[in-house]
Design a binder for this molecule. Structure first.
Ligand SMILES: [Mn+2]
Length: 327
């Protein structure tokens, strides 16, 4: 699963961590289950080995992932008070350094290990553990723990299991190889609880989230002879339902779930006249390339971009690119 990364690079990363005076683990803005799970698993393993380690992200931990051990130890915000103790930063699940959302100054004079599985990763680290074939960044974090010869505790196993679950859409994508199921089995043997993970992530939504879902589904339209599905939420829906951006996670999958739909498009506000747009593909359409054509990035089946303008304007611009996919 990690053949793309030479053994020497794993050893380099392991040595850099062992030599470090302090390790700071960071994942991307609006963190997801993969970034958080990779972060918490590495934290667990390094802390148990007596390596000084801390965690900080630009944005807070989504409610759904707060059942994971050590999640209460992750700092959030533009300022990183624990940075002073660290001479090594590990970036998790971010294709570019700017995706971390932290000031450039944080990286000055500190070594950087980049652990990621986005095909669009720019190899911005001093050491790059990047494998686009890996099903999750958490799987790479797990491989690093094993390369360091460290044990995987039940807490770490659970965190890595969550990265598999969330980044493969519950073991439903083409990234799910026999090796992914073998890793899942190994994690369950190490103490991950599949039922608890599924219940906490898929059956613990707030009523506000379901209210937002209802409003979002009212915006659903099919275009391109039923091959594209379009959904959005706006500030009014957040206000009316008492929900927030965290509650939008997974809404796009309702578009993708429709028979015949090859690309799902979901937009949400991300500041004044700014829209964060997500894409999901199903079989033939490469939504990573679609996002790249709009200045964004991601994977073949999941990607996104940010566009400026009113919703109608943004939708028109998107429609031009989506039409191209089916022409
Ligand atoms: Mn990921």
């Amino acid at each position: 699963m990690t053949a793309a990364i030479p053994a020497a690079v794993w050893q380099q990363a392991a040595a850099a961590i062992r030599r470090s005076r302090g390790v700071l683990l960071i994942t991307h803005r609006n963190p997801d289950g993969d970034g958080i799970g990779a972060q918490l698993a590495l934290y667990d393993a390094l802390a148990a080995a007596g390596i000084p380690v801390s965690m900080h992200n630009r944005d807070g931990i989504p409610r759904l992932y707060r059942f994971l051990s050590h999640s209460e130890r992750v700092g959030a915000g533009a300022d990183c008070p624990v940075a002073g103790d660290a001479d090594l930063i590990i970036s998790l699940d971010a294709a570019t350094r700017s995706r971390l959302g932290m000031d450039d100054a944080l990286f000055a004079g500190r070594r950087l290990i980049n652990i990621d599985h986005h095909a669009s990763n720019t190899h911005f680290g001093d050491i790059n553990l990047v494998d686009a074939a890996a099903c999750s960044t958490g799987a790479l974090a797990h491989a690093l723990i094993r390369h360091m010869g460290l044990p995987v505790s039940p807490a770490a196993a659970m965190a890595v299991y969550v990265t598999l679950l969330t980044d493969t859409a519950s073991f439903r994508l083409s990234t799910v190889t026999p090796a992914v199921h073998r890793l899942a089995a190994e994690l369950i043997e190490a103490g991950a609880e599949a039922d608890v993970a599924a219940r906490c992530i898929y059956a613990s939504h707030r009523p506000e989230r379901v209210d937002l879902l209802r409003r979002c589904l009212a915006t659903l339209v099919l275009r391109n002879e039923g091959r594209s599905a379009w959904l959005y939420v706006d500030q009014g829906m957040y206000a009316a339902s008492g929900s927030d951006v965290e509650d939008t996670e997974g809404l796009i999958d309702y578009g993708r779930s429709i028979a015949g739909v090859e690309v799902a498009v979901f937009a949400r506000p991300d500041g004044p006249d700014t829209w964060k747009v997500s894409f999901r593909g199903k079989t033939t359409v490469d939504v990573g390339a679609l996002a790249a054509s709009l200045g964004g990035g991601g994977h073949r089946y999941a990607s996104g971009c940010t566009l400026q303008g009113g919703l109608d304007e943004v939708t028109s611009r998107l429609q031009v690119e989506v039409d191209r996919l089916f022409s």
